[in-house]
Design a protein around this ligand. Sequence first.
Ligand code: 8YV
Length: 316
Amino acid sequence: MKQDVLVCTPIRPEKLAILEETYNVFPLYKLTDEDAREALIDEAGKSCVGMVSNGHFPADDAFLSRLPKLQIAACSSVGYETLDVDAMTRRGIRFTNTPDVLTDDVADIAILLMLAVRRNLVAGDAWVRSGDWGRKGMLPLTRTTSGRRVGIVGLGRIGAAIAKRCEALGMEIGYFGRKPKAGIAYRYFDNVVDMAGWSDVLIAAASGGPETAHLVSAEALDALGPEGSFINISRGSVVDEAALLDALESGRLGSAGLDVFLNEPNPDPRFAKLPNVVLYPHHASGTIETRDKMSQLVLDNLAAHFAGKPLLTPVN
Ligand code: 8YV
């Protein structure tokens, strides 16, 4: 007999087809009408033992209380601040995410955003397209990256992959974390403001959630200063976003490259008016290759659970 699985957000089409062959899928992701969604969740509550979502889906305790049969929630993302994992643990629900498979693509986007803001790539592209190059001459000078200092907030898997890339760019590397990492030669900081004062580029690679909220404070952004660049590929909550907007608008902070925002997918419209930012729509893991691997991990974790085998990437 097929198990019942509530699919809150889609995975890659080929993997979705496998999901549909293997399980009896309750396709919440297909529904936009609120009443229809509510009705499907009520129906799913009667029998769904599995759930698929991603890191954007809000699964709080009240939502989970409607799924009393749930045994496993497989999330297609590494970050999960919108899902209440403590509540899952209390309710005996196993939770998996998708670490490792997306590390390289996310680290690449951190570097892409860093170089794009330092070298004014987007304005340069517009300069050529608009004919300003011919009319006005050269683009105003930009800021170098090589040989400069980068401070990484959170040296986990993704932070470490960013550091490796920054090493190749000849950057001096510092990092902030709860405690120094054994065997790591990069300079350790026990506070983000001090690291920001030392850095030319500050990159947020922390996990998100209450523990990392506002790690990058107004004070840290001021310490980074008018020639500094702030890059965020983690979660909008990691930075004080109001302070970030103020610092960018006033020029107290030089530039920012942002893949993540507080209010996704409709970030504060003040961002769009800023000339000193490069914006990306939370798409750092958005390659076909990586999304295939993330979707496969979702399938593999569900399969392992229902076969009584160890989960591949358990969180709780
Ligand atoms: C997105 C991410 O959540 O893995 C994460 O934590 O932020 C990204 O991969 C992705 O859009 C989820 O499908």
